[in-house]
Each structure stands twice: as C-alpha cells, then as structure tokens.
Design a protein around this ligand. Structure first.
Ligand SMILES: [Zn+2]
Length: 430
C-alpha cells in the first residue's frame, strides 16, 4: 500500500519528563504512514527520498502533536457542563444524576452519545477511558457511536446498589449479566475495550464490588475504573460505610480490583498508605484539575504521587470538569501545582504534554500503540493550526523553542485551533 507522508513540525514526549526526559521536537519532519501505522520518521527531505511514490500531506504552519488521551470523562454529563457553585455531593444530586437518569431513554442516550463523541473529537481526544451510563442500552449507544466515528474508547456499564436515585440502582446479579453481555459485544471490537465501572464505594456495597471482580475475572483484559478520595465529605461517608476497610483504596483493593489495568479518578485526599498500595499494584490515577477546582474538591498532591511512583494522567471529568479540552486541564494542573507552593510539583510544558498524551496511553495500557509519534505507533495525531494572526498563531510564529511553543498551546489553545485530528491514520476532524 502506498504510504502517506505527513510533513509538519512534530513535538511529542516519548521520554518521561518526570524522570528526566525532554521534549522531542523536529521542525520539518516527515512521518510516513502505511495502514495507519507510522513506518518511518525523519527529516522530511530524507523520508521523501525514501518514498518517492508517497502522497504528501503538508501540515506546515502549525504543530503536530500526538492525539490527546482523556483518562476520565463521563458520557452522560455533556449537558451538565458548566453548573458551578456546588461541592461534589450536592452537584451530583442537583446536576449530574438528574441528567444520568434521562439516559434510561435510548433515544435520548443516542443523542447524548453523538454529542459526547463530537466533544471528544472537537477537543482532539483520540483515546479515552469513559465513564458510561447506568443503563446498558445507553452504554451500547456510546460504543456504537464511538465505532462509527472511529475514536478509541474504553468504557462500560456504571453500577451502583445504594445511595443513588432508585432507577440508577441495580443488583449484583443483573450488573454481572449486563456487564458480561456488553463486554462480549464490545471488548476488543475494533478500537473498543470494556471497563468494569462501579460508580464509587459510596454507592456500591461489597456484594456489588464482588460482582465487579467476577466480571474482571471472567472477561480477560478488561479495564477497571472508578472514583476515589475526591471530596472530604465523600471520604468520611465511605469510611463510615466500610467499617473493616483500611482506607478508601482498600474498599476496592480487598476485592482484588486494584491492579495494572486500574485507573482511579481524583485521589485528591490520598494517604501515604493508599499511595503505597496504588504504586505496589501498578494502578494509575486520573487527575482532573478543572473538576477539582470547580467543585472545590482540593489541590491534587501530584508530588506525592510521583514520589510514591504512582502513574498519573489527565482527565477532563466532564461534566464536573469545565470542558473536553486537555489543554485546559493541563494548564489548570500547572496552576494548581503553582498554588501549592513548596508542596507543589512545578510543571513545565513538557510535563503538560506528557500528562495529556503518553502518560494517558501508559495508564490505559496502550503505550505500545499510541501516545507519541514514534515509528511503529498508530498515527493518532492532532494538528494545532490556529487562524492567521490569532494570538496563538502569533505565539507559535515567535516561539523561542519547542518548549515555548508547547507552553503557548496549553495557555492559548482551544478546540477551534485544531485543524486536523487523526486516529489510526483516519482523519476524523478537519
Ligand atoms: Zn468522575
């Protein structure tokens, strides 16, 4: 098959900046892509000589980045974005859960699924770990739409058996059966994978967590995702509900649910014991900066996560988060670490790009497939190409270095600056 050569200024982070890696940047690179896979990378002129028959896609005049990876985003909450002024439990009751109830209607769910996937694509999110719906047909609608558009989605049925409005509750038996059916249909189908998803310990008793563990045992390679340590009132209630548990993380861990294929969202109020357990199990944490800020949940202890060796990536946490853009999440993460003073971890543009791309790929076990633009990886990419004379365009033209350019993208970049988005070589935007 004839390759396509993408000619661009390419910036990515194959080497982890948290352990000394630096940005990789090439001002006039050529990426040869065949069947969606990057087969050669080098100076454009050299790649061109090696592939005289290739079609060239000229992406000069901007920056080409790896596709963005969102490790925590709620599909049913697109229409709940922007409700400000409440802490977590009040926000759930007044904003999020009423919207989640509406997905009982599969017609409604299909509309929301289309809006949701469009939101991902618009923001350049090519891979995501998605909190699904409490209703199995609505989860099916999400997978169907994601497959139609072509984004990489790991998702599943959200399960709960207490503490939520009655229509959102289920039984462990039904949760198991519906999860197995959805996983059978979608896990490993195209770009889809299944994630076992108890909403949080607050709304799941031990019997439900056992049912979740059964699904992870009975379907090989499923992912596990949930919430942990988001808000102090939530943490206190979980401690009251689980008398025998060592801590919040243990409410999952003692069911065997915490491992290398686990991503726990938030972990703002983590103890050192919990960080040690997460590190020991190889689990990752989804840090959701705008959500933590909007709900007043707290300032994420990134330094302690890194020091314990817990993998951290970014999540938009739509709809408590204020939009789909991982540039905005990266910038907010930077703000929060600045505000933490000596307890914070000062973040550079390289850290932000890594958190928004390769760190997410690693958290999702997709590090060999996506997350940077190396030979052998899928061509999942976003082309940042603002309008001429837009402040970001001015900034990119005058950037002193690749580091400087990436800082400007995180400070100024938005959905409208993404002129192209590709997944596996398929152009899905622009
Ligand atoms: Zn969430």
């Amino acid at each position: 098959m004839t390759p396509t050569i993408y000619r661009a200024r390419v910036v990515d982070t194959p080497d982890d900046p948290f352990t000394g890696g630096v940005l990789r940047s090439a001002d006039d690179a050529g990426l040869a892509v065949t069947d969606g896979v990057i087969t050669a990378r080098g100076d454009f002129a050299a790649v061109r000589v090696d592939h005289p028959e290739a079609e060239v896609v000229d992406l000069r005049g901007g920056v080409l980045l790896p596709g963005l990876v969102d490790t925590h985003v709620h599909y049913p909450q697109v229409r709940a974005i922007g409700a400000l002024g409440m802490p977590l439990l009040e926000w759930l009751e007044r904003c999020a859960l009423p919207e989640e109830l509406r997905l009982e209607s599969v017609d409604y769910a299909r509309e929301v699924a289309a809006e949701f996937v469009f939101g991902l694509v618009s923001a350049g999110t090519t891979t995501s770990l998605v909190f699904g719906s409490h209703f199995a047909p609505a989860v099916d609608a999400l997978f169907t739409e994601a497959a139609r558009v072509g984004v990489r989605v790991t998702s599943g049925l959200v399960v709960s058996d207490r503490g939520l409005p009655e229509p959102l509750l289920t039984t462990p038996e039904r949760a198991y059966e519906e999860s197995i059916a959805l996983a059978g249909r979608w896990h490993g189908a195209g770009r889809a994978r299944y994630a076992v998803t108890p909403r949080f310990s607050f709304s799941t008793a031990d019997e439900m967590l056992d049912a979740c563990a059964s699904v992870t045992k009975d379907v090989a390679g499923t992912w596990f995702t949930t919430h942990v340590n988001e808000n102090t009132a939530e943490v206190a209630e979980v401690a009251r509900l689980f008398v025998g548990a060592l801590h919040y993380v243990d409410t999952y861990d003692r069911h065997g649910l915490v491992g290398e294929r686990s991503v726990l969202a938030h972990n703002v109020h983590a103890s050192d014991q919990e960080l040690a357990v997460l590190a020991g199990r190889g689990a990752s944490v989804a840090h959701c900066p705008t959500s933590n800020s909007a709900l007043g949940s707290g300032l994420f202890p990134l330094r302690r996560h890194v020091e314990h060796g817990v993998g951290v990536a970014l999540g938009s946490d739509v709809g408590a988060g204020t939009g789909f853009s991982l540039f905005k999440e990266g910038l907010q993460a930077y703000f929060m670490q600045s505000l933490l003073g000596s307890e914070g971890l000062p973040l550079t543009p390289a850290h932000l790009l890594h958190l928004a791309t390769r760190a997410g790929a690693l958290a999702l076990g997709l590090g060999d497939l996506v997350g940077d633009l190396s030979v052998g990886k899928q061509f999942d990419a976003v082309w940042v190409r603002p309008l001429d004379d837009d402040p970001l365009d001015v900034g990119l033209r005058h950037a002193a270095s690749a580091e400087d350019a990436v800082g400007k993208i995180f400070a100024l970049g938005g959905d409208s600056d993404l002129a192209g988005v590709w997944v596996g070589g398929d152009r899905i935007k622009g």
